[in-house]
Design a protein around this ligand. Structure first.
Ligand SMILES: [Zn+2]
Length: 271
């Protein structure tokens, strides 16, 4: 697996189906094997512990952070949540550098313990310098669907406007190729730790356009019972946090589109 092809879907296999202890070992092993420099942020809190890993691409002073948590909930293979996102970022490591505009750097941040109320990201924000960070996208559920959803985007910011302009330059149109969704009540991800520190930070998820309306109702529902009911869950939430979140449910085209969209975002980082 260390030496296989580096399609995002193939790289998702690195973590998929492993428990969190194994995920935390195999990810740095992959980076070491490929000679990719990384830093480790180890944290320990009463709620949990873990190692997050950061890979820096480019040399500029301004930083785009792309997060993908490497942990999964117990009992789930964690394919779409969140091995797919990790696979996408690993896939991009060799491809992004020539596309990073002068003055910018991209930090790929693989966090631990997102499933404990994004503990790894909160510890990172509290313990690590945030200087230079201009925006954050947290990749979640990037392996099923044909539309990019940017979420927790209640208020627009120059960073968000830049991201959406980049998506449009990549041929994605608002409300068909990508959606911008406001604050989602019962779902969260690493970006919220950065948003709490005052940085523009959003969730980045792939969703199936055919289920857009039911998805919107579902994620914006204030009813926790709706969230728990498997019957009423539209994809990709049908497998979310279940034993059904398996590699076979991932759609290669979804991972490819997410990677292309993120590449456009990086290319479009302005002066
Ligand atoms: Zn997740």
């Amino acid at each position: 697996m260390l030496t296989g092809d580096d399609a995002a879907l193939s790289l998702a296999r690195l973590l998929c189906g492993r428990d969190n202890a194994a995920r935390e070992i195999v990810l740095p092993r992959y980076l070491q094997y490929h000679g990719i420099a990384f830093s480790r942020h180890r944290f320990a809190r009463p709620e949990g512990r873990g190692d997050s890993f950061a890979v820096e691409l480019g040399e500029g002073e301004r930083i785009l952070v792309l997060c993908a948590h490497h942990d999964a909930v117990a009992g789930s293979p964690g394919a779409n949540d969140n091995a797919a996102a990790v696979g996408i970022l690993l896939h991009l490591i060799s491809r992004l550098p020539p596309r990073i505009p002068r003055g910018w750097r991209v930090r790929l941040l693989f966090t631990a313990a997102e499933e404990i109320d994004y503990l790894g990201a909160r510890a990172y924000v509290e313990e690590m310098p945030l200087d230079g960070i201009a925006g954050v996208l947290s990749l979640e559920l990037c392996g099923i669907g044909d539309t990019v959803a940017l979420w927790d985007a209640g208020e627009t910011t120059p960073f968000l406007e830049n991201v959406t302009a980049s998506l449009e330059s990549a041929g994605l149109a608002r409300n068909t190729g990508y959606d911008v969704v406001g604050r989602i009540p019962l779902f969260g991800s690493d970006h919220r730790a950065f948003a709490a520190a005052g940085l523009p930070a959003y969730g980045f998820t792939m969703v199936p356009a055919v289920h857009a309306d039911s998805l919107r109702r579902f994620v914006l529902s204030p009813m926790r019972s709706t969230f728990r009911s498997l019957i009423h869950r539209p994809p990709p939430f049908r497998t979310y946090h279940t034993s059904g979140d398996a590699l076979g449910t991932l759609e290669p085209a979804a991972l490819d589109l997410a990677a292309a969209a993120l590449t456009a975002v990086v290319r479009g980082l302005g002066a």
